[in-house]
Design a protein around this ligand. Structure first.
Ligand code: AHR
Length: 553
Protein backbone atom coordinates (compact mmCIF):
# COMPACT_ATOMS: atom_id res chain seq x y z
CA UNK A 1 0.00 0.00 0.00
CA UNK A 2 1.37 3.38 -0.95
CA UNK A 3 0.22 6.26 1.19
CA UNK A 4 0.88 9.64 -0.33
CA UNK A 5 -0.30 12.65 1.49
CA UNK A 6 0.27 16.18 0.48
CA UNK A 7 0.71 17.47 3.96
CA UNK A 8 1.33 21.15 3.98
CA UNK A 9 1.04 23.56 6.80
CA UNK A 10 2.31 26.91 5.70
CA UNK A 11 4.90 27.29 3.01
CA UNK A 12 7.96 27.18 5.13
CA UNK A 13 9.93 24.49 3.44
CA UNK A 14 13.59 25.28 3.52
CA UNK A 15 15.47 24.77 0.29
CA UNK A 16 17.39 21.92 1.86
CA UNK A 17 14.13 20.22 2.71
CA UNK A 18 12.75 20.41 -0.80
CA UNK A 19 13.55 16.78 -1.39
CA UNK A 20 11.37 15.81 1.56
CA UNK A 21 8.03 14.77 0.15
CA UNK A 22 6.15 15.48 3.36
CA UNK A 23 6.43 19.02 4.62
CA UNK A 24 6.32 20.22 8.17
CA UNK A 25 6.01 23.57 9.82
CA UNK A 26 6.77 25.04 13.17
CA UNK A 27 5.15 28.26 14.31
CA UNK A 28 6.31 30.18 17.33
CA UNK A 29 2.96 31.40 18.52
CA UNK A 30 0.08 30.19 20.63
CA UNK A 31 -2.43 28.34 18.49
CA UNK A 32 -6.12 27.80 18.91
CA UNK A 33 -6.23 24.81 16.58
CA UNK A 34 -3.74 22.69 18.52
CA UNK A 35 -5.18 19.33 19.54
CA UNK A 36 -2.11 18.13 21.43
CA UNK A 37 0.14 19.29 24.20
CA UNK A 38 3.61 18.41 25.46
CA UNK A 39 4.47 19.65 28.92
CA UNK A 40 8.07 19.35 30.06
CA UNK A 41 8.46 19.63 33.83
CA UNK A 42 11.91 21.04 34.46
CA UNK A 43 11.59 20.61 38.20
CA UNK A 44 10.88 16.87 37.89
CA UNK A 45 14.18 15.22 36.91
CA UNK A 46 13.99 11.45 36.52
CA UNK A 47 17.69 10.61 36.41
CA UNK A 48 20.65 10.77 34.08
CA UNK A 49 20.18 9.09 30.71
CA UNK A 50 23.00 6.56 30.49
CA UNK A 51 24.74 7.00 27.12
CA UNK A 52 24.86 3.20 27.08
CA UNK A 53 21.16 2.92 26.27
CA UNK A 54 22.29 4.00 22.80
CA UNK A 55 24.32 0.82 22.52
CA UNK A 56 24.72 -1.74 19.74
CA UNK A 57 25.03 -5.45 19.19
CA UNK A 58 27.19 -7.42 16.74
CA UNK A 59 27.08 -11.20 16.46
CA UNK A 60 28.87 -13.75 14.29
CA UNK A 61 25.63 -14.18 12.39
CA UNK A 62 24.97 -13.85 8.65
CA UNK A 63 26.60 -10.71 7.24
CA UNK A 64 27.09 -8.83 10.51
CA UNK A 65 30.78 -9.48 11.12
CA UNK A 66 32.05 -10.77 7.77
CA UNK A 67 31.17 -8.15 5.15
CA UNK A 68 29.46 -5.83 7.65
CA UNK A 69 32.20 -5.00 10.16
CA UNK A 70 35.19 -6.91 8.84
CA UNK A 71 36.31 -6.61 5.22
CA UNK A 72 39.98 -7.56 5.72
CA UNK A 73 43.17 -5.55 5.38
CA UNK A 74 43.63 -6.41 1.71
CA UNK A 75 40.08 -5.58 0.71
CA UNK A 76 39.31 -3.00 -2.02
CA UNK A 77 36.74 -1.70 0.48
CA UNK A 78 38.15 1.26 2.43
CA UNK A 79 39.21 -0.11 5.80
CA UNK A 80 41.24 0.58 8.90
CA UNK A 81 43.23 -2.54 9.74
CA UNK A 82 40.54 -4.69 8.15
CA UNK A 83 37.55 -2.90 9.65
CA UNK A 84 35.12 -1.12 7.35
CA UNK A 85 36.13 2.55 7.42
CA UNK A 86 32.70 3.96 6.62
CA UNK A 87 31.18 2.06 9.52
CA UNK A 88 33.75 3.49 11.92
CA UNK A 89 33.02 7.00 10.65
CA UNK A 90 29.26 6.61 10.99
CA UNK A 91 29.50 5.18 14.48
CA UNK A 92 31.68 8.05 15.62
CA UNK A 93 29.05 10.47 14.33
CA UNK A 94 26.33 8.88 16.46
CA UNK A 95 28.61 8.70 19.52
CA UNK A 96 28.15 4.94 19.79
CA UNK A 97 28.88 4.23 23.47
CA UNK A 98 29.09 0.44 23.67
CA UNK A 99 28.96 -2.63 21.42
CA UNK A 100 27.96 -6.11 22.59
CA UNK A 101 29.80 -9.11 21.05
CA UNK A 102 30.12 -11.99 19.94
CA UNK A 103 26.44 -12.97 20.41
CA UNK A 104 23.62 -13.69 20.92
CA UNK A 105 23.22 -17.41 20.64
CA UNK A 106 26.64 -17.60 19.00
CA UNK A 107 28.27 -16.59 22.30
CA UNK A 108 27.34 -19.85 24.03
CA UNK A 109 28.94 -21.89 21.25
CA UNK A 110 32.13 -19.82 21.06
CA UNK A 111 35.56 -20.50 22.42
CA UNK A 112 37.31 -17.14 22.67
CA UNK A 113 40.68 -18.92 22.30
CA UNK A 114 39.76 -19.75 18.67
CA UNK A 115 39.74 -16.04 17.87
CA UNK A 116 43.18 -15.04 19.16
CA UNK A 117 46.75 -15.66 18.02
CA UNK A 118 48.12 -15.55 14.47
CA UNK A 119 45.19 -15.22 12.07
CA UNK A 120 46.37 -17.98 9.72
CA UNK A 121 46.57 -20.45 12.61
CA UNK A 122 43.06 -19.90 13.88
CA UNK A 123 40.75 -22.92 13.57
CA UNK A 124 37.65 -23.10 11.39
CA UNK A 125 34.50 -24.08 13.28
CA UNK A 126 30.88 -24.69 12.47
CA UNK A 127 29.01 -21.47 13.19
CA UNK A 128 26.10 -21.75 15.65
CA UNK A 129 23.82 -20.42 12.88
CA UNK A 130 25.07 -22.71 10.10
CA UNK A 131 21.95 -24.89 10.16
CA UNK A 132 19.76 -21.85 9.53
CA UNK A 133 21.95 -20.30 6.85
CA UNK A 134 20.45 -20.29 3.35
CA UNK A 135 22.26 -22.36 0.70
CA UNK A 136 23.37 -19.18 -1.03
CA UNK A 137 25.14 -17.88 2.09
CA UNK A 138 28.91 -17.39 1.81
CA UNK A 139 31.05 -20.14 3.34
CA UNK A 140 32.41 -17.91 6.10
CA UNK A 141 28.86 -17.33 7.37
CA UNK A 142 28.41 -21.08 7.83
CA UNK A 143 31.92 -21.99 8.91
CA UNK A 144 33.56 -19.57 11.27
CA UNK A 145 37.08 -18.67 10.17
CA UNK A 146 37.80 -16.83 13.41
CA UNK A 147 39.54 -14.15 11.38
CA UNK A 148 37.69 -11.64 13.55
CA UNK A 149 38.13 -12.27 17.26
CA UNK A 150 38.73 -10.46 20.52
CA UNK A 151 41.67 -8.34 19.29
CA UNK A 152 39.84 -7.21 16.19
CA UNK A 153 36.66 -6.50 18.13
CA UNK A 154 38.44 -4.40 20.73
CA UNK A 155 40.26 -2.58 17.92
CA UNK A 156 36.88 -1.86 16.34
CA UNK A 157 35.65 -0.41 19.65
CA UNK A 158 38.80 1.68 20.10
CA UNK A 159 38.43 3.11 16.59
CA UNK A 160 34.85 4.10 17.34
CA UNK A 161 35.70 5.33 20.84
CA UNK A 162 33.22 3.04 22.57
CA UNK A 163 33.29 0.35 25.25
CA UNK A 164 33.35 -3.38 24.49
CA UNK A 165 30.70 -5.59 26.12
CA UNK A 166 31.67 -9.27 25.85
CA UNK A 167 29.23 -12.17 26.29
CA UNK A 168 30.82 -15.30 27.78
CA UNK A 169 30.01 -18.90 26.92
CA UNK A 170 28.20 -20.43 29.91
CA UNK A 171 26.60 -23.35 28.08
CA UNK A 172 29.73 -24.90 26.63
CA UNK A 173 32.75 -23.73 28.60
CA UNK A 174 33.63 -24.01 32.28
CA UNK A 175 33.83 -20.95 34.52
CA UNK A 176 37.61 -21.12 34.36
CA UNK A 177 37.55 -20.20 30.68
CA UNK A 178 35.52 -17.13 31.55
CA UNK A 179 38.21 -16.06 34.03
CA UNK A 180 40.89 -16.72 31.46
CA UNK A 181 39.13 -14.53 28.90
CA UNK A 182 39.00 -11.77 31.51
CA UNK A 183 42.70 -12.43 32.15
CA UNK A 184 43.50 -12.21 28.43
CA UNK A 185 41.68 -8.89 28.16
CA UNK A 186 42.48 -7.22 31.45
CA UNK A 187 45.67 -8.57 33.06
CA UNK A 188 48.46 -5.96 33.17
CA UNK A 189 51.14 -5.79 30.47
CA UNK A 190 53.68 -8.58 30.92
CA UNK A 191 51.94 -10.07 33.98
CA UNK A 192 50.61 -13.34 32.58
CA UNK A 193 51.15 -15.64 29.62
CA UNK A 194 47.81 -14.46 28.27
CA UNK A 195 48.88 -10.81 28.62
CA UNK A 196 51.96 -11.70 26.58
CA UNK A 197 49.78 -13.31 23.92
CA UNK A 198 47.72 -10.13 23.84
CA UNK A 199 50.92 -8.10 23.49
CA UNK A 200 52.08 -10.36 20.65
CA UNK A 201 48.85 -9.43 18.88
CA UNK A 202 49.79 -5.77 19.22
CA UNK A 203 48.16 -4.77 22.52
CA UNK A 204 50.54 -4.82 25.49
CA UNK A 205 48.22 -2.60 27.50
CA UNK A 206 45.07 -4.21 28.92
CA UNK A 207 41.84 -3.91 27.01
CA UNK A 208 40.12 -2.87 30.28
CA UNK A 209 36.84 -4.56 29.45
CA UNK A 210 34.23 -3.63 32.05
CA UNK A 211 31.00 -5.23 30.78
CA UNK A 212 30.68 -9.02 30.71
CA UNK A 213 27.56 -11.01 29.93
CA UNK A 214 27.43 -14.31 31.80
CA UNK A 215 25.78 -16.38 29.08
CA UNK A 216 23.01 -15.32 26.72
CA UNK A 217 19.36 -16.38 26.69
CA UNK A 218 20.19 -19.15 29.14
CA UNK A 219 16.52 -20.15 29.11
CA UNK A 220 16.94 -21.20 25.43
CA UNK A 221 19.95 -21.38 23.10
CA UNK A 222 22.24 -20.54 26.02
CA UNK A 223 21.73 -23.89 27.76
CA UNK A 224 18.00 -24.48 28.19
CA UNK A 225 18.28 -23.89 31.94
CA UNK A 226 15.56 -23.26 34.46
CA UNK A 227 16.07 -19.91 36.18
CA UNK A 228 17.15 -21.75 39.31
CA UNK A 229 19.72 -23.83 37.44
CA UNK A 230 21.01 -20.72 35.74
CA UNK A 231 21.30 -18.84 39.04
CA UNK A 232 23.52 -21.64 40.38
CA UNK A 233 25.71 -21.35 37.27
CA UNK A 234 25.76 -17.58 37.54
CA UNK A 235 27.00 -17.82 41.13
CA UNK A 236 29.74 -20.18 40.02
CA UNK A 237 30.83 -17.93 37.15
CA UNK A 238 30.63 -14.75 39.22
CA UNK A 239 32.48 -16.14 42.22
CA UNK A 240 36.09 -15.38 41.62
CA UNK A 241 36.58 -13.17 38.67
CA UNK A 242 40.01 -11.55 38.57
CA UNK A 243 39.75 -7.78 38.77
CA UNK A 244 43.17 -6.33 37.87
CA UNK A 245 41.98 -2.99 39.24
CA UNK A 246 39.26 -2.86 36.60
CA UNK A 247 35.67 -2.48 37.74
CA UNK A 248 33.75 -5.44 36.32
CA UNK A 249 30.03 -5.22 35.60
CA UNK A 250 28.55 -8.70 35.22
CA UNK A 251 25.27 -9.04 33.38
CA UNK A 252 23.03 -11.97 34.21
CA UNK A 253 21.10 -13.59 31.41
CA UNK A 254 17.56 -12.39 31.93
CA UNK A 255 14.09 -12.99 30.62
CA UNK A 256 12.58 -13.02 27.21
CA UNK A 257 9.84 -10.37 27.01
CA UNK A 258 7.18 -11.04 29.66
CA UNK A 259 8.74 -14.05 31.41
CA UNK A 260 8.44 -12.67 34.93
CA UNK A 261 8.91 -16.21 36.25
CA UNK A 262 12.49 -16.19 34.97
CA UNK A 263 13.29 -12.97 36.81
CA UNK A 264 11.68 -14.18 40.04
CA UNK A 265 13.21 -17.67 39.85
CA UNK A 266 16.69 -16.28 39.17
CA UNK A 267 16.68 -13.91 42.13
CA UNK A 268 15.07 -16.43 44.49
CA UNK A 269 17.79 -18.96 43.81
CA UNK A 270 20.62 -16.43 43.67
CA UNK A 271 19.69 -15.07 47.09
CA UNK A 272 19.43 -18.51 48.65
CA UNK A 273 23.08 -17.88 49.49
CA UNK A 274 22.34 -14.50 51.06
CA UNK A 275 21.67 -10.91 50.04
CA UNK A 276 25.40 -10.33 49.47
CA UNK A 277 25.03 -12.20 46.17
CA UNK A 278 23.43 -9.08 44.73
CA UNK A 279 26.85 -7.44 44.78
CA UNK A 280 27.94 -9.70 41.95
CA UNK A 281 25.19 -8.62 39.55
CA UNK A 282 25.42 -5.30 37.74
CA UNK A 283 22.41 -5.91 35.59
CA UNK A 284 19.80 -8.32 34.34
CA UNK A 285 19.39 -8.51 30.59
CA UNK A 286 15.98 -8.31 28.98
CA UNK A 287 15.38 -9.26 25.35
CA UNK A 288 12.32 -8.07 23.51
CA UNK A 289 11.71 -8.47 19.80
CA UNK A 290 8.59 -7.14 18.07
CA UNK A 291 7.70 -9.95 15.72
CA UNK A 292 4.04 -10.93 16.02
CA UNK A 293 2.06 -9.06 13.39
CA UNK A 294 -0.70 -11.68 13.21
CA UNK A 295 -3.22 -9.36 14.89
CA UNK A 296 -3.85 -11.89 17.62
CA UNK A 297 -4.30 -14.87 15.26
CA UNK A 298 -1.29 -16.90 16.38
CA UNK A 299 1.62 -17.03 18.75
CA UNK A 300 3.62 -19.22 16.37
CA UNK A 301 7.12 -17.73 15.96
CA UNK A 302 7.24 -18.39 12.20
CA UNK A 303 3.61 -17.84 11.25
CA UNK A 304 3.21 -14.68 13.30
CA UNK A 305 5.89 -12.67 11.52
CA UNK A 306 5.15 -10.00 8.91
CA UNK A 307 7.01 -8.51 5.99
CA UNK A 308 9.60 -5.75 6.42
CA UNK A 309 8.63 -3.95 3.22
CA UNK A 310 5.08 -4.96 2.38
CA UNK A 311 2.66 -3.79 5.02
CA UNK A 312 -0.51 -1.79 5.46
CA UNK A 313 -1.37 0.78 8.09
CA UNK A 314 -2.73 -1.88 10.46
CA UNK A 315 0.61 -3.72 10.29
CA UNK A 316 2.27 -0.40 11.00
CA UNK A 317 0.29 0.09 14.23
CA UNK A 318 0.60 -3.57 15.21
CA UNK A 319 4.38 -3.35 15.06
CA UNK A 320 4.38 -0.22 17.20
CA UNK A 321 2.05 -1.91 19.68
CA UNK A 322 4.41 -4.86 19.97
CA UNK A 323 7.29 -2.48 20.56
CA UNK A 324 5.44 -0.26 23.03
CA UNK A 325 5.00 -3.25 25.30
CA UNK A 326 8.67 -2.97 26.29
CA UNK A 327 7.64 -0.15 28.63
CA UNK A 328 5.34 -2.50 30.58
CA UNK A 329 8.05 -5.15 30.50
CA UNK A 330 10.59 -2.77 32.00
CA UNK A 331 8.13 -1.78 34.73
CA UNK A 332 7.02 -5.38 35.35
CA UNK A 333 10.49 -6.88 35.66
CA UNK A 334 11.61 -3.89 37.71
CA UNK A 335 8.80 -4.53 40.19
CA UNK A 336 9.80 -8.18 40.54
CA UNK A 337 13.47 -7.21 40.95
CA UNK A 338 12.40 -4.82 43.70
CA UNK A 339 10.95 -7.76 45.68
CA UNK A 340 14.51 -9.03 46.11
CA UNK A 341 16.55 -5.87 45.78
CA UNK A 342 14.68 -3.11 47.60
CA UNK A 343 17.36 -0.54 46.83
CA UNK A 344 17.38 -1.49 43.17
CA UNK A 345 21.13 -1.89 42.89
CA UNK A 346 20.67 -4.27 39.96
CA UNK A 347 19.70 -2.51 36.74
CA UNK A 348 18.00 -3.67 33.57
CA UNK A 349 19.93 -4.01 30.32
CA UNK A 350 17.70 -4.37 27.29
CA UNK A 351 20.59 -5.84 25.40
CA UNK A 352 18.58 -7.09 22.40
CA UNK A 353 15.65 -5.18 20.96
CA UNK A 354 14.07 -4.42 17.60
CA UNK A 355 11.54 -5.64 15.03
CA UNK A 356 12.03 -9.11 13.55
CA UNK A 357 10.35 -9.85 10.19
CA UNK A 358 10.14 -12.97 8.07
CA UNK A 359 12.88 -13.50 5.46
CA UNK A 360 12.49 -11.92 2.04
CA UNK A 361 13.76 -8.34 2.22
CA UNK A 362 17.51 -8.94 2.42
CA UNK A 363 19.56 -6.15 0.88
CA UNK A 364 22.12 -8.86 0.10
CA UNK A 365 20.37 -12.14 -0.73
CA UNK A 366 21.84 -14.94 1.37
CA UNK A 367 22.36 -12.82 4.48
CA UNK A 368 20.59 -14.57 7.34
CA UNK A 369 18.18 -12.40 9.36
CA UNK A 370 18.87 -9.35 7.23
CA UNK A 371 15.93 -7.04 6.59
CA UNK A 372 15.61 -3.57 5.12
CA UNK A 373 14.42 -1.08 7.74
CA UNK A 374 11.77 1.43 6.65
CA UNK A 375 10.23 4.56 8.10
CA UNK A 376 8.11 2.21 10.25
CA UNK A 377 11.27 0.89 11.91
CA UNK A 378 12.57 4.43 12.40
CA UNK A 379 9.36 5.40 14.20
CA UNK A 380 9.57 2.15 16.19
CA UNK A 381 13.18 2.82 17.17
CA UNK A 382 12.51 6.42 18.17
CA UNK A 383 9.55 5.29 20.27
CA UNK A 384 11.76 2.67 21.95
CA UNK A 385 14.58 5.10 22.69
CA UNK A 386 12.03 7.53 24.14
CA UNK A 387 10.83 4.74 26.44
CA UNK A 388 14.38 4.07 27.64
CA UNK A 389 14.91 7.81 28.16
CA UNK A 390 11.80 7.92 30.34
CA UNK A 391 13.17 5.17 32.65
CA UNK A 392 16.76 6.28 33.30
CA UNK A 393 16.82 4.90 36.82
CA UNK A 394 15.91 1.41 35.57
CA UNK A 395 17.61 0.97 32.18
CA UNK A 396 21.40 1.11 32.38
CA UNK A 397 22.10 -0.13 28.86
CA UNK A 398 20.29 -1.15 25.70
CA UNK A 399 21.66 -2.72 22.52
CA UNK A 400 19.78 -2.52 19.26
CA UNK A 401 19.73 -5.86 17.46
CA UNK A 402 21.78 -5.71 15.35
CA UNK A 403 24.18 -3.04 14.14
CA UNK A 404 24.63 -3.94 10.48
CA UNK A 405 23.12 -6.38 7.98
CA UNK A 406 20.78 -7.98 10.53
CA UNK A 407 17.30 -7.21 11.92
CA UNK A 408 16.94 -3.57 13.01
CA UNK A 409 20.19 -2.43 11.42
CA UNK A 410 21.51 1.09 11.42
CA UNK A 411 23.59 0.26 8.37
CA UNK A 412 23.52 -2.07 5.37
CA UNK A 413 26.72 -3.00 3.59
CA UNK A 414 27.95 -5.40 0.97
CA UNK A 415 31.41 -5.10 -0.51
CA UNK A 416 31.82 -1.44 -1.42
CA UNK A 417 28.11 -0.73 -1.10
CA UNK A 418 26.91 0.97 2.04
CA UNK A 419 23.87 2.88 3.24
CA UNK A 420 22.55 4.38 6.45
CA UNK A 421 19.07 3.08 7.20
CA UNK A 422 16.23 5.17 8.68
CA UNK A 423 17.09 3.51 12.02
CA UNK A 424 20.64 4.86 11.70
CA UNK A 425 19.21 8.34 11.18
CA UNK A 426 17.14 8.03 14.35
CA UNK A 427 20.24 7.08 16.36
CA UNK A 428 22.00 10.15 14.94
CA UNK A 429 19.07 12.38 15.92
CA UNK A 430 18.70 10.90 19.41
CA UNK A 431 22.42 10.92 20.30
CA UNK A 432 21.81 14.41 21.68
CA UNK A 433 19.96 12.84 24.65
CA UNK A 434 23.03 10.95 25.88
CA UNK A 435 24.09 11.90 29.37
CA UNK A 436 21.28 14.43 29.82
CA UNK A 437 18.95 14.72 32.77
CA UNK A 438 15.71 13.03 31.82
CA UNK A 439 12.70 15.23 32.65
CA UNK A 440 9.14 14.18 33.27
CA UNK A 441 7.24 14.92 30.08
CA UNK A 442 3.45 14.81 29.97
CA UNK A 443 1.92 14.36 26.53
CA UNK A 444 -1.76 14.61 25.69
CA UNK A 445 -3.01 13.97 22.18
CA UNK A 446 -5.96 12.29 20.48
CA UNK A 447 -5.40 8.52 20.26
CA UNK A 448 -5.02 6.73 16.95
CA UNK A 449 -8.06 4.53 16.27
CA UNK A 450 -7.90 1.76 13.73
CA UNK A 451 -9.74 -1.33 12.64
CA UNK A 452 -7.97 -4.51 13.73
CA UNK A 453 -9.68 -7.07 11.53
CA UNK A 454 -13.19 -5.98 12.50
CA UNK A 455 -12.36 -5.04 16.07
CA UNK A 456 -11.64 -1.47 17.16
CA UNK A 457 -8.08 -0.87 18.35
CA UNK A 458 -6.28 2.19 19.64
CA UNK A 459 -2.73 3.42 20.01
CA UNK A 460 -1.36 6.58 21.58
CA UNK A 461 -1.34 9.66 19.37
CA UNK A 462 1.92 11.34 20.35
CA UNK A 463 4.79 10.47 22.69
CA UNK A 464 8.32 11.53 23.41
CA UNK A 465 11.01 12.27 25.95
CA UNK A 466 13.03 15.26 27.11
CA UNK A 467 16.50 15.75 28.53
CA UNK A 468 18.25 18.75 29.96
CA UNK A 469 21.88 19.59 29.15
CA UNK A 470 22.76 22.78 30.98
CA UNK A 471 20.88 25.52 29.15
CA UNK A 472 19.72 23.26 26.35
CA UNK A 473 16.66 21.07 26.28
CA UNK A 474 16.44 18.15 23.87
CA UNK A 475 12.87 17.09 23.17
CA UNK A 476 12.06 14.19 20.87
CA UNK A 477 8.59 13.33 19.69
CA UNK A 478 6.98 10.59 17.63
CA UNK A 479 3.73 10.99 15.73
CA UNK A 480 2.68 7.42 14.87
CA UNK A 481 -0.46 8.35 12.93
CA UNK A 482 -0.07 7.30 9.30
CA UNK A 483 -2.19 10.14 7.94
CA UNK A 484 -2.85 12.83 10.55
CA UNK A 485 -0.53 15.54 11.72
CA UNK A 486 -0.54 16.67 15.37
CA UNK A 487 -0.58 20.38 16.02
CA UNK A 488 0.99 20.62 19.43
CA UNK A 489 1.58 23.24 22.08
CA UNK A 490 4.96 22.76 23.74
CA UNK A 491 4.91 24.06 27.26
CA UNK A 492 8.05 24.20 29.38
CA UNK A 493 7.32 24.40 33.10
CA UNK A 494 10.20 26.27 34.71
CA UNK A 495 12.02 27.90 31.78
CA UNK A 496 11.55 30.10 28.73
CA UNK A 497 12.67 29.24 25.23
CA UNK A 498 15.28 31.52 23.72
CA UNK A 499 16.10 29.60 20.57
CA UNK A 500 14.71 26.59 18.78
CA UNK A 501 15.64 24.29 15.94
CA UNK A 502 14.19 21.05 14.70
CA UNK A 503 15.17 17.94 12.77
CA UNK A 504 12.42 15.75 11.35
CA UNK A 505 12.46 12.36 9.68
CA UNK A 506 9.33 11.62 7.67
CA UNK A 507 8.00 10.76 4.25
CA UNK A 508 4.69 10.69 2.42
CA UNK A 509 5.35 6.98 1.92
CA UNK A 510 5.27 4.93 5.11
CA UNK A 511 7.39 2.31 3.34
CA UNK A 512 10.19 4.75 2.58
CA UNK A 513 13.64 3.22 3.01
CA UNK A 514 17.19 3.52 1.80
CA UNK A 515 18.93 1.07 -0.49
CA UNK A 516 22.40 0.74 -2.00
CA UNK A 517 21.03 2.37 -5.17
CA UNK A 518 19.08 5.06 -3.37
CA UNK A 519 20.95 5.64 -0.13
CA UNK A 520 19.38 9.06 0.49
CA UNK A 521 15.74 8.24 -0.24
CA UNK A 522 14.84 8.93 3.39
CA UNK A 523 16.86 11.44 5.37
CA UNK A 524 16.12 13.83 8.21
CA UNK A 525 15.66 17.53 7.48
CA UNK A 526 16.67 20.40 9.74
CA UNK A 527 15.26 23.85 10.24
CA UNK A 528 15.47 26.69 12.68
CA UNK A 529 12.31 28.00 14.25
CA UNK A 530 11.60 31.69 14.27
CA UNK A 531 10.45 32.51 17.79
CA UNK A 532 7.93 35.32 17.59
CA UNK A 533 5.10 34.82 20.01
CA UNK A 534 4.92 33.82 23.66
CA UNK A 535 4.32 30.11 23.08
CA UNK A 536 5.63 27.40 20.83
CA UNK A 537 3.20 25.51 18.64
CA UNK A 538 4.55 22.81 16.40
CA UNK A 539 2.99 20.62 13.79
CA UNK A 540 4.32 17.09 13.83
CA UNK A 541 3.72 15.49 10.44
CA UNK A 542 2.13 12.07 10.15
CA UNK A 543 4.49 9.11 10.58
CA UNK A 544 7.32 11.24 11.84
CA UNK A 545 10.16 11.49 14.31
CA UNK A 546 11.26 14.96 15.41
CA UNK A 547 14.08 16.23 17.59
CA UNK A 548 13.83 19.74 18.96
CA UNK A 549 16.81 21.57 20.42
CA UNK A 550 15.60 24.39 22.62
CA UNK A 551 17.84 27.04 24.14
CA UNK A 552 16.59 28.07 27.59
CA UNK A 553 16.67 31.18 29.70
O1 AHR B 1 19.65 -11.35 17.41
C1 AHR B 1 19.44 -12.64 16.93
C2 AHR B 1 19.28 -13.67 18.06
O2 AHR B 1 18.12 -13.37 18.77
C3 AHR B 1 20.35 -13.70 19.10
O3 AHR B 1 21.44 -14.46 18.72
C4 AHR B 1 19.65 -14.32 20.27
O4 AHR B 1 20.19 -13.92 21.50
C5 AHR B 1 18.22 -13.89 20.08
O5 AHR B 1 17.35 -14.94 20.23
Amino acid sequence: MMLRRGFLRGSLLAAGAAACSRSFSFAAAASTSADSRIEVLLDEPLGTISPNIYGHFTEHLGGVIYDGVWVGENSPVANVQGIRKRLIEEMRKIKAPVVRYPGGCFADSYNWRDGIGPADKRPRRTNFWSGAEPKSAPENHKFETNRFGTNEFVRFCRLIGCQPYLAANLRGLPAEEFYRWVEYCNSPAGSTTLAEMRAAAGSPEPFAVRFWGVGNESWGCGGNFTPQEYAVEFRRFATWVPQYGQELSLVASGPSSGELGWTRGFFEELLRKGAGQLDSVYGLSLHHYAWNLSRGQTTDWEKGKGSALEFDSVDWYELLREGQSVEDLIEGHWRVMGEFDGRHRVKLLVDEWGPWYRPGSEATPGNLLEQIPTLRDAVFSAMTLDIFNRHPEKVAMANCAQLINCLNSLYLAHGEKFCVTPVGHVFAMYAAHQGGQSLRTVVSAPAVHYDRDGKPAAFWGLQGSASLHGKELVLTAVNPHVSESRETVVDLRGARISSASAVTLTSSDIHAHNTFNQPAALEPHSRTIDLKGPGLTLTFPPASVTRLSLGLT
